[in-house]
Design a protein. Sequence first.
Length: 521
Amino acid sequence: MEEYPRHPKGFTENQQAAVHAVVHLGATGSPDTASTGSASAAVHEVLRKLDGVLLNTPHKFVALTWAGEGAGRLVADAVRDWPASDGVEKGKALERGNGGESGIHVADHCDVMIVFGDRSRLKGPDPLANVIDYARRAGRPIFWISPGNSRMAEDDHQERLDEGLGYLDCYNSEQLGDLDERFKKESNRLRAHARQAQSANADSGPDFLTAVSDNLLRQFVRADALAVRYQSRHMWSGAAVYGLAAVAVAIAAIQPLVFPQFPQILWAEVASIISVICILVASSRCGWHRKWIDYRFLAERLRAAIFLRVGSAHCHPLEPLAQPYLAHRPNGWMVVAFSWLWGSLGETGCNEAGEDLPAVVQAGLKEFILDEWIERQRIWFEDESTKQRRQHRRMEYLGLGLFGLTFVAAGFHATGILDVLLSNVIHLPSILALLAIVLPAIGAALAGFRIHKEYARNADRYAEMVRALTPIEEKVRNAPDPGTLAEALREANDIMLRENQNWRIDFRFQNLRIPWGPSGV
């Protein structure tokens, strides 16, 4: 489980543009009507716990209530009484459904479930037990409030809370000292390109970036920079782990065969193993792998949102992450972040109704979108496919060469052909034995690193994206009206979303593992 940096309240400059969260609280069970005050205090304890998880995130609580439903009403009253504090908006109750709605519906719509009941007594076909089982399988964090003493207790497997709200708060807590500089550079570049595209096709016209808020662009720049940071750390740590594993094997072979009189050399092997363990622990606790794929996924979705908005392909609330794919959960933190950012745009400068634009203005708009998004992405995929395939072949040939040298060394060692010729020069059997041990270790390390980098799979995936984006690029270039242009942009977004999801599924299960031991961990 990852540990997140926790900071006292009082937002830093980096957190002023933090992604906001709306935490929907669902309730089920039967609260003790004789001790409403203590039950309300227990709900406040839950809210205090959630405030602690969202230290860096402006948030508010919304109680989901069903008419005539006592548990929801009690939680709603407690939320209304919860004082607003730094980054926390005054809560409210949200009416949903009728009195006949079941606890399953509560679990479907909430982010956190509060259960009034004794979990030790929930057995068999109890309806409440079925609701709780459903909520657990749906990944909802659960808090229990005992009806007798109104004590609050957390459910087992509360890592769900960290995986949802905790990851969002972790994202908001990330520090980028040069964020303003990065944002200004990217904003100035985009706006300069937009003005160039407009002036080349019309004397005047609407600013292409009017419909895009500075906050959306800033969050894209931020997510992109963070993704690059953690990709670098994850890849560096992978190379170090495989390299140090080979070094440890080499030292274990060299010391007895070449330097038997210096057993102290074996401490270098110990140091290599300790270094590998430290790297693996740091990678796991700091979440470099998870942050890389999460932040890259969010960055690519924000990139697409910018150009969908510029091309007026979407003006209403956009939900490109809401489908329940393995790449993310429907209520996951990236869905919360994206939904809030998109919802903050409003409808300023948007033309989804497909109103006719002057031909020269539309030509400039298409040129801008192609240059900055679709064509640029297609060129990136094309270049990266070539680069990844070339690197895969280099690593493959190097590995084959090392195993070939191992075969030669093992052959000479087995036959003893060179022993007589070189017996007066070097102790050849020891050298050949050393090579037969060390060279395969190096080759295995290179093979592991090649798999770690996924050169072959990425090369194939990127080549497929080139083939998929090429006809869409032509559709955008030849779009005769805003409606056709918007349709082509939505098609491009669908393709890129599927690629992002497939990429994330491939990489999310490929975290670093210790490259030795019977279990592979």
